[in-house]
Write a protein that binds this ligand. Structure first.
Ligand code: NAD
Ligand code: FES
Length: 273
C-alpha cells in the first residue's frame, strides 16, 4: 500500500498527488513512469513521475481525471492509500548537454515535460519552454518551470493568458532566426501537437524528442499493448520509450490505436454516472 500525502486540484480535472514511495523516489530518473492500481481488480494506469524528493521519500504524480480509472485514482484523498505503485518503468530521458533546448508542452503534457526540462537545465543547457492550453485555467506549472528555465512562454487558444494561438506559433518564431534556433526540441502533449512540432523541426534537421502515451497494460514489455511504429521498426513504448525521435514516429497509427477504446470508455462513464 502506498500512502497519499497530498492531493491538490491544480487545474480542472488535473490533480497533483504526492505519494510516499521511498524506493521509487531514490531510483527514478527524469522521463520514467509508474503503473498505478487504485485497488484490487482495478485498471493499471501509467503515470509519469513528475518529480521526486529522495529525503522525504516521495514522488509526485499528475493525474488527469478523464476516464473511470483515472477518476478513481484522482479521488483518493490525502491520508488514504493506493494499492500498487510499480516502477520506475521505461527508459529515462537522454540527458545531455545539447546547448540550446526548447521544451514544448501542450495541456497536461506539460506535467510530463516538467522533469525532463528540469534535468536538462540542471546539466547546463539553456532551456526555453513554451507551454500552451485551451484557456488560462489549463496552463500548469508556469511558476515551477520559471525556476530553472531561461524563458517560459505561455500560449492559450482563446488568448485568456499569454499569447493567443498554439504553442507551434511560438516555436516557429524561435526556429525562424539562427540566433534563437535550438539544437534540440522536446515536445509532449496531444498527438496532433507533437506531430506538428516534428514537422516544423524536420526541415531544419533539429533533433526532436517526443514522449508517447499509447495504451499500456503491464508496462514491462509483455503484452504488446503499447506498440508504436518508429521508422521501420515496431517498438514498445513501455520498455523502449516512452521517448522517441519525433521524426521517425508514425503518428497516424498512434492516433488510431489511442482511439480504439473510446466507445468502451464512454460506456463506462455513462454506467458510472
Ligand atoms: P489540448 O488538446 O487542450 O491542447 C493543448 C495545447 O496543445 C493547445 O493549447 C495547443 O497549443 C497545442 N495543440 C493542440 N493541438 C495542436 C495542433 N494540431 N497543432 C499545434 N498545436 C496544438 O490538450 P489536452 O486536452 O490537455 O491534452 C489532451 C491530450 O494530451 C490527450 O489526448 C492526452 O492523452 C495527451 N497527453 C499526452 C501525453 C504524452 O505523454 N504525450 C501526456 C499527457 C497527455
Ligand atoms: Fe505491455 Fe508495453 S504495456 S508491452
Amino acid at each position: 500500500m502506498f500512502s497519499i500525502l497530498k492531493n491538490d486540484l491544480i487545474a480542472p480535472k488535473l490533480h497533483r498527488i504526492v505519494v510516499e514511495a521511498p524506493r521509487i523516489a531514490a531510483a527514478r530518473k527524469a522521463g520514467q513512469f509508474v503503473i498505478v492500481r487504485e485497488s484490487a481488480g482495478e485498471e493499471r494506469i501509467p503515470l509519469t513521475i513528475g518529480d521526486a524528493n529522495i529525503e522525504q521519500g516521495t514522488i509526485t504524480l499528475f493525474v488527469q481525471a478523464i476516464g473511470t480509472s483515472t477518476r478513481k485514482i484522482a479521488n483518493v484523498p490525502a491520508g488514504s492509500f493506493l494499492l500498487d505503485v510499480a516502477g520506475p518503468l521505461g527508459m529515462p530521458t537522454e540527458i545531455k548537454k545539447w546547448k540550446r533546448v526548447v521544451c514544448v508542452g501542450g495541456g497536461v503534457g506539460t506535467a510530463v515535460l516538467y522533469p525532463m526540462a528540469k534535468e536538462l537545465a540542471a546539466v547546463g543547457n539553456e532551456v526555453k519552454t513554451i507551454i500552451g492550453g485551451r484557456t488560462k485555467s489549463l496552463i500548469i506549472l508556469a511558476d515551477e518551470l520559471s525556476q530553472f528555465c531561461q524563458e517560459v512562454c505561455i500560449t492559450t487558444d482563446d488568448g485568456s493568458l499569454g499569447t493567443k494561438g498554439f504553442v507551434t506559433d511560438q516555436l516557429a518564431n524561435l526556429l525562424d532566426s539562427p540566433d534563437t534556433r535550438p539544437n534540440t526540441v522536446l515536445a509532449v502533449g496531444p498527438v496532433p501537437m507533437m506531430r506538428a512540432v516534428a514537422e516544423q523541426t524536420r526541415p531544419y534537421g533539429i533533433h526532436t524528442i517526443v514522449s508517447l502515451n499509447p495504451i499500456m497494460i503491464d508496462g514491462t514489455g509483455m503484452c504488446g499493448g503499447c506498440r508504436v511504429q518508429i521508422g521501420k521498426e515496431t517498438k514498445f513504448a513501455c520498455v523502449d520509450g516512452p521517448e522517441f525521435d519525433g521524426h521517425l514516429v508514425d503518428f497516424a497509427s498512434l492516433a488510431k490505436r489511442l482511439s480504439m477504446y473510446k466507445a468502451h470508455e464512454e460506456a463506462c462513464r455513462l454506467l458510472a454516472s
